[in-house]
Ligand binder design. Structure first.
Ligand code: HEC
Length: 180
């Protein structure tokens, strides 16, 4: 049997092991009002996503696609916002709707700040709850390809090639996390 004491000790060990890098992540980001608990979000990324996606969301060979320069662009196209919450890794992750919404917002700020639309609205728990129930079990890759195909058309390109032009956004959201 696991005593409450053991569980506390194990939790403390996890915090000791991961807490430092969780803080390193959050220090770089000014998460403004978009992420309720950045430290928890960073920890959730490490525990539930990083194994496939990589520490900097750089992806893995024949596995998760790289996020920087790509993931934020999905928000520019119809169905993209939904797609990000419906992919299996997101939808079936073992965390609550609240934490998952926070994690998605954190992930977008962390890895896609430059591509966020100026009117980016953070994911909410109720929205995520509905979307994750509609998980893309077998169609994720097909959905991804069709969204990317729409994004590659000249019309969308014109819109998305303009980086986040809201003068306040880079400092407000990105906090210099990407250097430039
Ligand atoms: C078992 C490996 C795995 C895990 C764990 C995982 N993912 Fe993924 N993720 C993928 C793969 C593979 C894709 C590409 C779409 C597909 O086939 O599901 C993907 C796609 C995505 C996408 C869409 C980006 C794109 O370019 O298509 C997002 C956003 C995402 N994952 C976020 C997360 C988050 C957040 C977590 C943790 C809660 C997570 N993933 C956990 C493998 C994983």
């Amino acid at each position: 049997m696991w005593s409450a004491r053991n569980i506390v000790a194990i939790t403390a060990a996890f915090v000791a092991a991961f807490g430092v890098s969780a803080r390193a992540y959050t220090a770089e980001l000014n998460t403004a009002n978009l992420v309720n608990n950045p430290q928890k979000a960073a920890l959730n990324w490490m525990m539930n996503c990083q194994g496939c996606h990589g520490v900097d969301a750089q992806g893995s060979p024949n596995g998760a696609p790289p996020m920087p320069g790509v993931v934020g662009k999905f928000l520019q196209v119809d169905g993209g916002r939904e797609y990000l919450a419906r992919v299996p890794g997101v939808a079936i992750s073992p965390i609550s709707d609240d934490e998952l919404a926070d994690l998605l917002n954190w992930m977008l700020l962390r890895f896609a700040c430059d591509d966020l639309p100026t009117n980016f609205k953070p994911y909410g728990a109720a929205e995520v709850s509905a979307l994750r129930a509609d998980v893309l079990i077998t169609q994720a890759m097909r959905e991804r390809e069709s969204l990317l195909a729409i994004l590659s058309t000249s019309d969308v390109k014109r819109k998305t090639s303009v980086k986040n032009t809201n003068a306040k956004a880079p400092s407000q959201y990105c906090g210099g996390a990407h250097g430039s």
